[in-house]
Design a protein around this ligand. Structure first.
Ligand SMILES: Nc1ncnc2c1ncn2[C@@H]1O[C@H](COP(=O)(O)OP(=O)(O)O)[C@@H](O)[C@H]1O
Ligand SMILES: [Mg+2]
Length: 335
């Protein structure tokens, strides 16, 4: 029997993750393209381009073509998809696999068409779209295909999507501009203001993952952080404490919790009571922030947990639709 090679793809603002039927997750690279500013020539994609962040000479721009989850740059997205898909299907190009692609709920028709045609150009025979909220919920194994309400918060780099799902569909949803990038920005601003220490975005991300948190760590931990002293202009290394990073992040955390609360208030009472019982599930890379589920649960007084394999839930949801087509097909193309 012929191997199908069909794929599921999470085209995230910060990472592209691809699953191949029968092979599992076969690709994970940053959603980044390095471009020559003068000629617009593409110099590098993915991991290679990511490594240039903060290091590239001034004539090279490091672009995240999907930065806010909106289509920012069609040409670059197109080129990047070719690179990503070629990486995965390689010599199997003749087989022309099919794909299920998770897309943000608010995406416009013209953007859907552009993505599907970009996938076709990259070697995919047929691309079907899956609402990213539904993909995340499937990947997190939430119970929402029947008459039971579930809440999912998918936390990306560019923002977070909060959705209440019921009967296999999105009942209430909203996107808020609190995501991993906002945490990183808050850390940069905090250290600049407090110590005149300017750090790069990749350093900020490392600090966030190593010592950041939505709860204070007990005991607190410290980390040596290197940046540029804005007064002397010289490089400087400082020992930074986890309590300080917590302080830097608290405003963003409060905005996130408020965003979740607003959605709960907008949820019909019967579904809201399902959510009080079943709780809130967090997915996406940014859900990895230390103490996040606990902080949300404490304030909202409902159970909150981070899904297993949180950063892969969206692509694993696409995988479920590939692997159980008969039961799941009705979820497609509702995006
Ligand atoms: N352990 C972690 N703690 C906190 N943030 C994390 C962790 N791991 C990844 N992230 C953040 O998750 C974000 C990327 O998540 P991802 O789901 O891949 O994003 P996207 O859907 O935008 O592609 C980044 O902002 C990254 O810094
Ligand atoms: Mg994501």
């Amino acid at each position: 029997m012929a191997q199908s090679n069909d794929i599921g793809i999470d085209l995230g603002t910060s990472n592209v993750v691809i699953y191949m039927k029968g092979h599992g997750i076969v690709f994970r690279e940053p959603t980044v393209v390095a471009v020559d500013r003068d000629t617009r020539r593409i110099i590098a994609f993915g991991m290679e381009a990511y490594r240039m962040i903060g290091r590239a000479p001034s004539n090279i721009a490091i672009i995240r073509p999907l930065a806010q989850g909106n289509m920012i740059d069609f040409d670059l997205t197109n080129a990047m998809l070719r690179y990503d898909i070629a990486h995965v299907i390689g010599k199997r190009f003749f087989a022309r696999p099919r794909a299920i692609m998770a897309v943000p709920a608010g995406i416009k028709d013209i953007e859907k068409k552009a993505l599907i045609s970009a996938m076709f150009d990259a070697g995919i025979r047929r691309t079907q779209l899956l609402d990213k909220n539904i993909a995340a919920a499937l990947g997190a194994q939430l119970n929402f295909l029947g008459a039971y309400g579930s809440m999912i918060v998918d936390m990306s780099a560019g923002g977070s999507d909060i959705a209440v799902l019921y009967n296999g569909a999105v009942s209430v949803m909203s996107s808020i501009r609190v995501g991993g990038d906002h945490f990183d920005d808050a850390i940069v601003r905090y250290l600049r203001k407090k110590y005149n220490l300017l750090i790069g975005e990749r350093t900020a991300e490392q600090v966030k993952i190593a010592i950041g948190g939505a709860m204070q760590r007990d005991p607190s931990v410290t980390m040596d952080v290197t940046g540029r002293n804005l007064l002397s202009g010289l490089p400087k290394t400082m020992s930074i404490n986890s309590d300080e990073i917590y302080e830097a992040l608290i405003e963003n955390i409060n905005d996130l919790i408020e965003g979740i609360q607003v959605i709960i208030e907008r949820t019909p009472p019967q579904l809201a009571s399902d959510i009080f019982e079943g709780g809130v599930t967090l997915t996406g890379g940014a859900a990895g922030l230390y103490g996040l589920a606990e902080a949300i649960g404490d304030v909202l007084k409902i159970p909150c947990r981070v899904a297993p394999e949180a950063k892969d839930c969206v692509v694993l949801g696409c995988a479920r639709v590939l692997n159980e087509p008969a039961e799941m097909r009705f979820l497609l193309n509702r995006a």
